[in-house]
Design a protein around this ligand. Structure first.
Ligand code: TNX
Length: 559
């Protein structure tokens, strides 16, 4: 069994070891899941499962409840209920335009609906009525859609396939939770009547997964992607390198992955993505309309690289691999030319694997790099990202250097971060740097909910469900123009998290609140209404096998 080292174990108390090999008790084939790493762990799982699944028992509670038209997360921009509902029957067809992308969305919807309804639900370009997915010009933007529901059918109209896909997520939530199960359920499958017109507030609705501190296999990443898609996230930021592990194959520097990826926090076996694995993650994310944003954290957080290649160190001596949880002790060697050969090779290879526009270069907690060196480093590295056709994203410390034109800074300070640091970020924003907001004491999903939370950290304080939802990204940073805010992102750091079960316990129920902050208009914001809609998601997660934390702030339906 892998152990967790201090300071995490100290912080996490006696529960953590019990949860180490926690795995799914109930699994679900619609979401990809892991096989238990150790057979022996199964016995333990039964015991541990009791503590975590206590949060999500296998009940069909709420599965027959009918959703009102607006009972969706994120809240739609406009909801106009009325008219007859639509009922999906064994005769329903999924009608699509004759394009590969529309067929793709239709096929995805059929995969969601077929197992639980037991209906054939052919995806076809013919006929009338039924569920229609229609691409048409209109005021929908890149991601918006319109959903019309009435006696003869449900029509989702969008200008782009991503809009159809988001409309399908809305339709899914309008159906009873039991629709998410993988065996035939009784139904009926009724969608309330009326019209939804919906378009996102922000174009960046991200989630970050730290695959470095603990490695997550491709199937585990896909499972999280499916969960993100349900709430209309559109960016998956993968933190691919850190002190504890380098997780992506780089042909020109092969030891990064084979040696630098060979362990993780606590001394477990780690792992890395081959290029084929990474492409498969990118493809799968793309099929769910998410852009993968790869991060190679530099110049700090680089012990795994420094351990793999002695020549990257200023003193020419490779440090040992690191399996602890401290930060800020490593740095690439800024004065050495080979550093920039390394960066060029890595950025080139990762850019070539990445169809998305963005490449994240980290830049946080470079405590072992002098300010002067940090600025020099960023001045040399940002043009390399541009040279390979990508837009720079960096943690907000990048604003202490000179952000490249069009760069995006990801703010991870706290509400209480000092005015000077906030002003540095706001000034960059006034100068054209985009902002993605990830305030740690709001949306760091690795922060404990409260003192009893068995996983996670608490350096930014406890973050309960209301706290993670109840703030406004548009007005968060004083002095930053609202137009600079590109959106929000929920990071999930994995010092204490080892598997999908752990991810879900920390992400649910906070993750959907971040989705709503990123998607819904400010006018739709309100904790009292939100907590009701959130509570209604509980049975859906149970149907999907998502082991969530049954937070006391949320009025979950009785079991
Ligand atoms: C801060 S936020 C970090 C990470 C840690 C995280 C743990 C940021 C850019 N750096 O290195 O994993 O806190 O919560």
């Amino acid at each position: 069994m892998r152990g967790i080292v201090s300071p995490v174990s100290r912080e996490s108390g006696p529960y953590l070891l019990e949860l180490q090999e926690g795995t799914f008790v109930r699994q679900h084939r619609k979401l990809h899941h892991r096989a238990p790493r150790l057979l022996a762990s199964l016995l333990l799982v039964t015991a541990v499962g009791a503590s975590l699944t206590a949060a999500a028992p296998a009940t069909a509670a709420g599965s027959g409840t009918r959703a009102a038209l607006g009972d969706v997360i994120p809240a739609p921009a406009s909801v106009d209920p009325g008219g007859s509902p639509y009922r999906i029957t064994e005769r329903t067809r999924i009608r699509v335009d004759d394009s590969r992308e529309a067929r793709g969305v239709g096929g995805y919807l059929a995969d969601v609906l077929r197992p639980s309804t037991g209906y054939r639900l052919p995806v076809t370009t013919h006929g009338d009525g039924g569920i229609r997915l229609r691409l048409a010009k209109g005021p929908y933007g890149d991601e918006g859609y319109r959903l019309d529901s009435g006696r003869s059918g449900v029509t989702i109209t969008a200008a782009r396939p991503a809009g159809l896909f988001h409309g399908v997520q809305t339709l899914r939530q309008l159906l009873p939770a039991a629709v998410e199960r993988d065996s035939v359920q009784p139904g009926p499958w009724v969608v309330a009547g009326g019209t939804i017109k919906d378009t996102p507030r922000y174009g960046w609705r991200g989630a970050m997964l730290d695959v470095s501190r603990h490695f997550f296999r491709v199937e585990e990443v896909k499972r999280y992607i499916d969960q993100l898609a349900l709430y209309k996230f559109n960016k998956l930021h993968l933190h691919l390198s850190d002190d504890q592990g380098w997780r992506i194959a780089v042909d020109s520097w092969p030891r990064l992955a084979t040696y630098g990826g060979s362990t993780e926090v606590g001394g477990g076996p780690g792992g890395y993505y081959t290029k084929a694995d990474y492409k498969e993650i990118v493809r799968y994310a793309g099929s769910r309309h998410l852009e993968v944003v790869p991060e190679i954290d530099m110049p700090g957080h680089t012990n795994a690289a420094l351990a793999s290649y002695a020549e990257l160190n200023c003193d020419g001596v490779a440090p040992p691999l690191y399996t602890g949880t401290q930060v800020g002790f490593s740095s690439l060697c800024v004065p050495k030319e080979i550093t920039y050969d390394f960066v060029d090779d890595v950025v080139r290879e990762i850019a070539a694997l990445t169809p998305g526009r963005h490449l994240h270069i980290g830049g946080d907690e470079a405590h072992s790099t002098s300010h002067e060196d940090y600025v020099k480093f960023m001045d040399r590295v940002q043009p390399v990202v541009a040279k390979y056709g990508k837009t720079v994203v960096g943690w907000h410390q990048l604003t202490g250097a000179t952000p490249a034109k069009g760069a995006i800074a990801q703010y991870w300070g706290l509400d209480g971060t000092g005015a000077a640091e906030k002003e540095q970020v706001a000034a960059a924003a006034r100068n054209g740097t985009g902002l993605v907001l990830s305030p740690a004491d709001r949306v760091y999903l690795d922060m404990k909910y409260d003192a009893q939370t068995p996983l996670g950290l608490s350096w930014a304080g406890y973050v309960d469900v209301r706290r993670s939802y109840d703030w406004d990204p548009g007005a968060y940073l004083p002095g930053a123009p609202a137009s600079a805010v590109k959106g929000v992102e929920a990071p999930l750091w994995s010092e204490t998290l080892e598997n999908s079960r752990h991810i879900e316990y920390m992400a649910f129920p906070r993750l959907p609140g971040v989705a709503e902050l990123g998607w819904s208009p400010r006018a739709a914001h309100g904790w009292d209404g939100y907590k009701q809609r959130l509570a209604a998601q509980g049975p859906r997660w149970e149907a999907l096998g998502i082991g969530y934390y049954r937070a006391p702030q949320v009025p979950w339906p009785a079991e």
